[in-house]
Design a binder for this molecule. Structure first.
Ligand SMILES: [Zn+2]
Ligand SMILES: [Zn+2]
Length: 270
Protein backbone atom coordinates (compact mmCIF):
# COMPACT_ATOMS: atom_id res chain seq x y z
CA UNK A 1 0.00 0.00 0.00
CA UNK A 2 1.26 3.45 -0.81
CA UNK A 3 2.65 5.57 1.98
CA UNK A 4 2.74 9.32 1.97
CA UNK A 5 6.21 10.79 1.73
CA UNK A 6 7.82 11.11 5.13
CA UNK A 7 7.12 14.32 6.94
CA UNK A 8 9.15 15.69 9.80
CA UNK A 9 7.02 18.59 11.01
CA UNK A 10 7.61 22.26 10.24
CA UNK A 11 6.99 21.79 6.55
CA UNK A 12 6.00 24.48 4.14
CA UNK A 13 2.60 25.99 4.80
CA UNK A 14 0.01 24.56 2.48
CA UNK A 15 1.54 21.09 2.18
CA UNK A 16 -1.41 19.86 4.14
CA UNK A 17 -4.00 21.06 1.70
CA UNK A 18 -2.16 19.54 -1.22
CA UNK A 19 -1.99 16.07 0.19
CA UNK A 20 -5.40 16.17 1.82
CA UNK A 21 -6.99 15.05 -1.40
CA UNK A 22 -7.85 11.47 -0.62
CA UNK A 23 -11.39 10.61 -1.64
CA UNK A 24 -13.86 11.24 1.17
CA UNK A 25 -14.81 8.13 3.03
CA UNK A 26 -18.50 8.51 2.42
CA UNK A 27 -18.48 9.08 -1.30
CA UNK A 28 -20.79 7.82 -3.93
CA UNK A 29 -18.27 7.21 -6.68
CA UNK A 30 -17.28 3.64 -6.13
CA UNK A 31 -14.05 4.12 -4.19
CA UNK A 32 -14.95 1.18 -1.97
CA UNK A 33 -15.43 -1.11 -4.91
CA UNK A 34 -12.17 0.08 -6.38
CA UNK A 35 -10.33 -0.48 -3.10
CA UNK A 36 -11.93 -3.89 -2.61
CA UNK A 37 -10.97 -4.86 -6.11
CA UNK A 38 -7.40 -3.67 -5.83
CA UNK A 39 -6.72 -5.15 -2.40
CA UNK A 40 -8.79 -8.27 -3.00
CA UNK A 41 -6.09 -9.35 -5.41
CA UNK A 42 -3.55 -9.18 -2.61
CA UNK A 43 -5.47 -10.14 0.54
CA UNK A 44 -8.27 -12.59 1.16
CA UNK A 45 -11.51 -11.05 2.47
CA UNK A 46 -11.06 -12.27 6.03
CA UNK A 47 -11.33 -10.33 9.29
CA UNK A 48 -7.78 -9.62 10.39
CA UNK A 49 -8.74 -9.63 14.07
CA UNK A 50 -10.51 -12.98 14.50
CA UNK A 51 -9.63 -14.65 11.15
CA UNK A 52 -13.08 -16.26 11.28
CA UNK A 53 -15.45 -13.98 9.39
CA UNK A 54 -15.78 -12.09 6.14
CA UNK A 55 -14.38 -8.55 6.03
CA UNK A 56 -13.62 -6.43 2.98
CA UNK A 57 -10.90 -3.88 2.28
CA UNK A 58 -13.48 -1.08 2.55
CA UNK A 59 -14.28 -2.23 6.08
CA UNK A 60 -10.58 -2.17 6.95
CA UNK A 61 -10.62 -5.96 7.28
CA UNK A 62 -12.60 -5.84 10.51
CA UNK A 63 -15.73 -8.00 10.36
CA UNK A 64 -19.19 -7.41 11.79
CA UNK A 65 -18.75 -9.60 14.85
CA UNK A 66 -15.54 -7.83 15.87
CA UNK A 67 -17.17 -4.48 15.14
CA UNK A 68 -19.90 -5.37 17.66
CA UNK A 69 -17.20 -5.81 20.30
CA UNK A 70 -16.32 -2.10 20.19
CA UNK A 71 -17.22 -0.05 23.24
CA UNK A 72 -18.52 3.29 22.00
CA UNK A 73 -18.14 6.20 24.39
CA UNK A 74 -21.54 7.58 25.29
CA UNK A 75 -22.59 10.45 27.51
CA UNK A 76 -22.55 11.23 30.32
CA UNK A 77 -18.88 12.07 30.26
CA UNK A 78 -16.50 14.72 31.56
CA UNK A 79 -17.12 17.96 29.66
CA UNK A 80 -13.40 18.57 29.41
CA UNK A 81 -11.68 15.25 28.66
CA UNK A 82 -14.60 13.07 27.59
CA UNK A 83 -14.03 10.44 30.29
CA UNK A 84 -17.26 8.44 30.51
CA UNK A 85 -18.98 8.48 33.85
CA UNK A 86 -21.25 5.74 35.13
CA UNK A 87 -24.41 7.22 36.55
CA UNK A 88 -26.92 9.95 35.96
CA UNK A 89 -25.53 13.42 35.39
CA UNK A 90 -27.75 16.22 34.26
CA UNK A 91 -25.42 19.14 34.94
CA UNK A 92 -22.02 20.12 33.54
CA UNK A 93 -19.40 17.87 34.96
CA UNK A 94 -15.60 17.84 35.08
CA UNK A 95 -13.80 14.71 36.30
CA UNK A 96 -11.33 14.76 39.18
CA UNK A 97 -8.35 14.25 36.82
CA UNK A 98 -9.23 17.41 34.94
CA UNK A 99 -9.96 19.25 38.14
CA UNK A 100 -6.51 18.62 39.54
CA UNK A 101 -4.39 19.86 36.68
CA UNK A 102 -4.18 22.51 34.07
CA UNK A 103 -5.25 21.26 30.67
CA UNK A 104 -4.82 23.48 27.64
CA UNK A 105 -7.40 21.91 25.38
CA UNK A 106 -11.01 22.99 25.74
CA UNK A 107 -12.52 19.57 25.07
CA UNK A 108 -11.31 16.09 24.17
CA UNK A 109 -13.59 13.56 22.53
CA UNK A 110 -12.97 9.97 21.49
CA UNK A 111 -15.09 7.45 19.64
CA UNK A 112 -14.35 4.16 21.39
CA UNK A 113 -12.62 2.79 24.47
CA UNK A 114 -9.02 1.76 23.73
CA UNK A 115 -9.50 -1.90 24.63
CA UNK A 116 -10.15 -5.22 22.91
CA UNK A 117 -10.63 -4.93 19.15
CA UNK A 118 -9.92 -1.18 19.10
CA UNK A 119 -6.61 -1.63 20.91
CA UNK A 120 -5.59 -4.57 18.69
CA UNK A 121 -6.38 -2.62 15.53
CA UNK A 122 -4.51 0.48 16.71
CA UNK A 123 -1.46 -1.55 17.72
CA UNK A 124 -1.40 -3.38 14.40
CA UNK A 125 -1.82 -0.15 12.47
CA UNK A 126 0.87 1.74 14.36
CA UNK A 127 3.48 -0.81 15.29
CA UNK A 128 3.12 -3.47 12.58
CA UNK A 129 2.30 -1.11 9.73
CA UNK A 130 -1.04 -2.84 9.17
CA UNK A 131 -2.32 -0.05 6.97
CA UNK A 132 -5.25 -2.12 5.78
CA UNK A 133 -6.92 -1.22 9.10
CA UNK A 134 -6.94 2.46 8.16
CA UNK A 135 -10.43 2.54 6.54
CA UNK A 136 -11.83 1.05 9.74
CA UNK A 137 -10.17 3.66 11.95
CA UNK A 138 -10.91 6.63 9.73
CA UNK A 139 -14.54 5.55 9.35
CA UNK A 140 -14.96 5.40 13.13
CA UNK A 141 -13.49 8.88 13.50
CA UNK A 142 -15.35 10.46 10.59
CA UNK A 143 -18.76 8.98 11.35
CA UNK A 144 -18.53 10.18 14.95
CA UNK A 145 -16.74 13.50 14.58
CA UNK A 146 -18.28 15.00 11.45
CA UNK A 147 -21.83 15.38 12.85
CA UNK A 148 -20.32 17.14 15.90
CA UNK A 149 -17.91 19.36 13.98
CA UNK A 150 -19.55 20.20 10.67
CA UNK A 151 -20.46 23.87 10.54
CA UNK A 152 -19.00 24.69 13.96
CA UNK A 153 -16.44 27.12 12.58
CA UNK A 154 -13.17 25.34 13.27
CA UNK A 155 -10.44 26.66 11.01
CA UNK A 156 -7.87 23.91 10.76
CA UNK A 157 -6.79 20.44 11.81
CA UNK A 158 -3.39 19.70 13.33
CA UNK A 159 -2.15 16.14 13.83
CA UNK A 160 -0.02 15.41 16.90
CA UNK A 161 3.47 15.18 15.37
CA UNK A 162 5.88 12.30 15.77
CA UNK A 163 9.53 12.97 16.35
CA UNK A 164 11.44 12.86 13.05
CA UNK A 165 13.41 9.77 14.11
CA UNK A 166 10.29 7.87 15.07
CA UNK A 167 8.53 8.89 11.90
CA UNK A 168 11.48 7.68 9.85
CA UNK A 169 11.28 4.31 11.59
CA UNK A 170 7.53 4.03 11.25
CA UNK A 171 7.41 5.63 7.79
CA UNK A 172 4.14 7.35 8.54
CA UNK A 173 2.39 9.38 11.22
CA UNK A 174 -0.88 7.69 12.07
CA UNK A 175 -2.33 10.94 13.48
CA UNK A 176 -1.55 12.77 10.26
CA UNK A 177 -3.15 10.11 8.08
CA UNK A 178 -6.33 10.14 10.20
CA UNK A 179 -6.37 13.95 10.24
CA UNK A 180 -6.20 14.04 6.44
CA UNK A 181 -9.25 11.78 6.13
CA UNK A 182 -11.15 13.89 8.66
CA UNK A 183 -10.01 17.12 7.00
CA UNK A 184 -11.32 15.96 3.65
CA UNK A 185 -14.67 14.97 5.18
CA UNK A 186 -14.98 18.35 6.94
CA UNK A 187 -13.52 20.47 4.15
CA UNK A 188 -10.98 21.94 6.59
CA UNK A 189 -7.23 22.21 5.85
CA UNK A 190 -4.70 20.02 7.66
CA UNK A 191 -1.55 21.80 8.83
CA UNK A 192 1.64 19.87 9.52
CA UNK A 193 3.82 22.98 9.45
CA UNK A 194 2.90 24.31 12.90
CA UNK A 195 4.06 21.88 15.58
CA UNK A 196 7.32 20.01 15.98
CA UNK A 197 8.22 17.30 18.45
CA UNK A 198 11.61 18.02 19.99
CA UNK A 199 12.40 14.78 21.77
CA UNK A 200 11.87 11.20 20.76
CA UNK A 201 9.92 10.73 23.99
CA UNK A 202 10.09 7.41 25.76
CA UNK A 203 7.20 5.08 25.15
CA UNK A 204 4.38 6.16 27.45
CA UNK A 205 2.95 2.72 27.93
CA UNK A 206 4.60 1.89 31.24
CA UNK A 207 4.60 5.35 32.76
CA UNK A 208 2.40 6.68 35.53
CA UNK A 209 0.14 9.67 34.98
CA UNK A 210 2.68 12.09 36.51
CA UNK A 211 5.57 10.56 34.57
CA UNK A 212 3.62 10.86 31.35
CA UNK A 213 2.99 14.54 31.99
CA UNK A 214 6.70 15.13 32.67
CA UNK A 215 7.65 13.05 29.65
CA UNK A 216 5.79 15.31 27.24
CA UNK A 217 6.27 18.64 29.02
CA UNK A 218 8.28 20.82 26.66
CA UNK A 219 8.28 18.02 24.07
CA UNK A 220 6.63 20.25 21.45
CA UNK A 221 7.42 23.65 20.00
CA UNK A 222 5.72 25.91 17.51
CA UNK A 223 7.49 26.25 14.18
CA UNK A 224 9.13 29.59 13.48
CA UNK A 225 7.14 32.37 11.86
CA UNK A 226 3.82 30.63 12.28
CA UNK A 227 0.99 32.28 14.10
CA UNK A 228 -2.59 31.31 14.60
CA UNK A 229 -4.22 34.50 15.79
CA UNK A 230 -7.89 33.91 16.43
CA UNK A 231 -7.90 30.41 14.94
CA UNK A 232 -9.93 27.51 16.30
CA UNK A 233 -8.01 24.25 16.01
CA UNK A 234 -8.97 20.58 15.96
CA UNK A 235 -6.04 18.51 17.24
CA UNK A 236 -6.10 14.91 15.99
CA UNK A 237 -4.43 11.82 17.42
CA UNK A 238 -5.14 8.10 17.26
CA UNK A 239 -5.51 7.58 21.00
CA UNK A 240 -5.81 9.70 24.13
CA UNK A 241 -4.56 8.20 27.38
CA UNK A 242 -3.96 10.76 30.12
CA UNK A 243 -4.35 13.77 27.85
CA UNK A 244 -0.80 14.94 28.65
CA UNK A 245 0.41 14.85 25.04
CA UNK A 246 -2.71 16.53 23.71
CA UNK A 247 -2.50 19.19 26.40
CA UNK A 248 1.17 19.91 25.67
CA UNK A 249 0.35 20.38 21.96
CA UNK A 250 -2.69 22.51 22.79
CA UNK A 251 -0.57 24.74 25.05
CA UNK A 252 1.82 25.47 22.18
CA UNK A 253 -1.04 26.15 19.76
CA UNK A 254 -2.61 28.59 22.25
CA UNK A 255 0.74 30.36 22.63
CA UNK A 256 0.81 30.72 18.85
CA UNK A 257 -2.48 32.60 19.08
CA UNK A 258 -5.16 29.93 18.72
CA UNK A 259 -8.28 30.76 20.69
CA UNK A 260 -9.47 27.19 21.16
CA UNK A 261 -8.14 23.65 20.76
CA UNK A 262 -10.49 20.70 20.62
CA UNK A 263 -8.96 17.22 20.63
CA UNK A 264 -10.42 14.34 18.62
CA UNK A 265 -9.13 10.79 18.80
CA UNK A 266 -10.34 7.42 17.63
CA UNK A 267 -9.89 5.83 21.05
CA UNK A 268 -9.17 6.71 24.65
CA UNK A 269 -8.11 4.88 27.76
CA UNK A 270 -10.57 4.86 30.64
ZN1 LIG B 1 -13.66 -10.60 13.29
ZN1 LIG C 1 -11.94 14.98 32.64
Amino acid sequence: MRLDPMTTGCERAGDGEKRGEDPPFRGGFGWKEWLDGALGLLYPSVCQICQREFASAGEGYVGRECWRGLRFIQPPYCDRCGLPYAGEITHEFECSNCHQRRLYFQTARAVVVAAGVARDVLHGYKYRRALWFEPFLSRLLIDFAVPHLKGTGFDLLVPVPLHAVKQREREFNQAERLARKLGTALGIPVRTDLLRRLHPTRSQTRLSRTERAENVDHAFIGCENRELTGQRVILVDDVLTTGATASACAGVLLKMGATEVSVWTVARGI
